[in-house]
Design a protein. Structure first.
Length: 112
């Protein structure tokens, strides 16, 4: 997927400098993935869902408010992403962990 985007960006670069920037960004992406074990987008998504999980457990905010605070398009889009990353619906996560806390370190949780 990234390879196709890089090739497309290079073909449409208006200068050598722009093409070089594409190479730099691609290299950073692969270095990030090699170091962290996830793409930047996967890492960010997991971090956002862990943050949302903490809010579900430790606040009285409704799911819709948490979804909006993450700039998700809708509560439905948030719920789908949350379930994909966390393994259960936001509602079930909030109920099932009532009184529990999020991982001590979000960075450690994301890396796992």
């Amino acid at each position: 997927m990234i390879k196709g985007r890089v090739n497309h960006a290079i073909r449409h670069a208006r200068s050598t400098a722009q093409a070089f920037q594409v190479f730099e960004i691609a290299a950073m992406h692969f270095k990030f993935k090699e170091t962290v074990g996830a793409s930047p987008m996967e890492y960010l998504t997991r971090w956002r869902m862990l943050w949302a999980g903490d809010k579900l457990v430790n606040s009285s905010d409704p799911i819709s408010v948490i979804a909006l605070s993450l700039d998700d398009e809708s509560e439905s889009a948030f719920s789908t992403a949350f379930k994909r990353v966390m393994g259960c619906s936001p509602r079930r996560y909030g109920r099932g962990r009532s009184g529990a806390s999020a991982p001590a370190s979000l960075v450690e949780a994301i890396a796992s």
